[in-house]
Write a new protein. Structure first.
Length: 150
């Protein structure tokens, strides 16, 4: 299921710090909470599991596919927690799964689609376009039905 928060915003081009851009952007699209919840780990949002998963591992190593076990170990958290955040990113359609070899076994790994966030984001934009078109068709249908009834 595709899910994205869409809010009115201005481009974050005036921000010079990648961490600040990432934190704001990820909160805007609904991946990170708008305010930090101490249950998500760490003292601040940038120390949280979802932020570190995205920035420290997926963004700073975009070509690498990470296994859930590897991420859980590096992030100091559980596999279910990693899966919860992976699934949020998958719902934005910016992750792809690839086979990775871990200790001689092939497991599923995850990385930013194509190893390039800008290319991955084009999938998100396509999903938004399709969702908006479906809303448009529903609005027309609703209007037609109301007109027919009254």
């Amino acid at each position: 299921m595709f899910e994205l928060n869409v809010i009115s915003n201005t481009p974050l081009e005036s921000l010079g710090d990648a961490e600040e851009v990432a934190e704001t952007f990820l909160a805007q699209i609904g991946y990170l909470p708008r305010s930090h919840d101490s249950r998500s780990g760490g003292q601040g949002l940038r120390d949280s599991v979802p932020y570190r998963l995205f920035m420290d591992h997926l963004m700073r190593n975009m070509g690498k596919a990470w296994s859930v076990d590897e991420l859980a170990l590096l992030l100091g958290t559980t596999r279910p927690t990693v899966y919860r955040h992976i699934n949020k990113l998958k719902s934005l359609d910016i992750l792809e799964s690839l086979d990775v070899e871990v200790d001689g076994q092939v497991k599923k790994g995850y990385r930013i689609r194509y190893g390039d966030l800008a290319k991955a984001w084009s999938f998100t934009e396509a999903n938004v376009t399709m969702a908006m078109e479906n809303y448009r068709r529903t609005v027309r249908h609703l209007q037609d039905k109301v007109r027919q009834e009254g």
